[in-house]
Write a protein that binds this ligand. Structure first.
Ligand code: SF4
Length: 331
């Protein structure tokens, strides 16, 4: 299947001032990320906070320009951000953020906010847009009378439904969801995820689902990519990656989630959490990796298919380039 979204080698650097003298250092928030999303499918993007997931989401939508790499949407290169061609595409690509209250305008009723993207992109006849906005609200389980309410008059779950209605009103092809359920109660999380899957089936949506919640990612994703310090370190089917991860970082991440069908103890990583401004040489995970070898500090492993099961892994040891040699650092 041809991907509707294809990103290749995305790099995003930021300059950061550090120390008393304000020395400028370069932070590579995203460092060579390639990914694709197909129609009607969901790619889950997981990793710790600060690993570059959200920046990747903004890059693929063109909300930020990459320093290197390319994005193609529906077989065409993404136009430069801010241009008329890019704005015209935005109705086909929508984003849902973590904080529904922050994503909504407190001064406008919900119905007007759902209709707004239809007006901005001049979708359909002007006289029909209010009706389309109502349909979008109904599709996410909100009542027509709630269209007149303001964001603070709705519950957290209802607000996130309103954000989804706004994102879905233009009938986009691609939805980037950045921690869409993190701010919601557990009972509401399930409702919002079911809603996302229903809408995916209805519209054939391609979804990039960004989350640190592995259970949610497993529930909604057809493919999963694990990020560490700006790079993808493992990618494959959810059952493989989230049940029997191959990369040592993915193993540690997954081991923290209790699962009835999985044996083994939690892997507690040694060393400090990663600092993107002070990126280790070679494999960025090597100072914390329990099976690092001397090669790991020298050479950056490439993400490539693992012999045997074909999932993509970036690790010298898993790839069989070297034998594992435990060089665990003291905590
Ligand atoms: Fe660990 Fe080396 Fe693999 Fe990196 S390349 S994850 S340091 S074994």
């Amino acid at each position: 299947m041809t991907p509707m979204l294809e990103a290749k080698g995305l790099v995003r650097r930021y300059a950061m001032r550090r120390g008393l003298m304000g020395r400028s250092v370069e932070v590579r928030a995203v460092d060579g990320v390639s990914l694709s999303v197909e129609r009607g499918r969901t790619l889950g993007l997981v990793g710790e906070s600060g690993c570059g997931k959200s920046t990747t989401g903004r890059l693929v939508l063109g909300l930020e320009a990459p320093d290197a790499g390319s994005v193609a949407f529906q077989d065409k290169p993404m136009p430069p951000p801010g241009t008329d061609a890019w704005r015209a595409l935005r109705s086909r690509m929508q984003m849902v953020f973590q904080d529904p209250l922050g994503a909504l305008d407190r001064r406008l009723p919900i119905g007007a906010q759902v209709q707004e993207p239809l007006d901005i992109h001049r979708i359909g006849e002007a006289k029909d847009r209010a009706g389309r906005a109502m349909e979008a609200l109904r599709a996410v389980g909100l009542r027509p009378d709630q269209a007149a309410r303001y964001p603070h008059e709705l519950s957290g779950g209802q607000r996130q439904r309103a954000v989804l209605a706004r994102a879905l009103a233009t009938e986009p092809a691609l939805l980037v969801c950045d921690e869409p359920i993190s701010a919601l109660d557990v009972s509401i999380q399930a409702q919002v995820m079911n809603l996302l899957m229903d809408q995916q089936e209805r519209l054939g949506l391609g979804i990039l689902f960004i989350s640190h919640d592995l259970r949610a990612v497993r529930q909604v994703s057809h493919r999963v990519a694990v990020m560490y310090l700006g790079t993808i370190v493992e990618e494959g089917e959810p059952d493989a990656v989230l049940h029997e991860p191959a990369h040592p970082y993915a193993q540690a991440l997954v081991s923290a989630i209790p699962h009835p069908g999985r044996s083994g103890q939690r892997i507690v990583l040694q060393g400090d959490p990663p600092n993107p401004a002070d990126r280790p040489s070679g494999c960025a995970f090597h100072p914390r990796c329990p099976v690092a070898t001397a090669l790991c500090a020298r050479e950056t492993p490439v993400l490539k298919p693992r012999r045997g099961d074909g999932r993509l892994v970036a690790c010298h040891v898993v790839q069989g380039d070297v034998a594992p040699a435990v060089t665990r650092k003291a905590a």
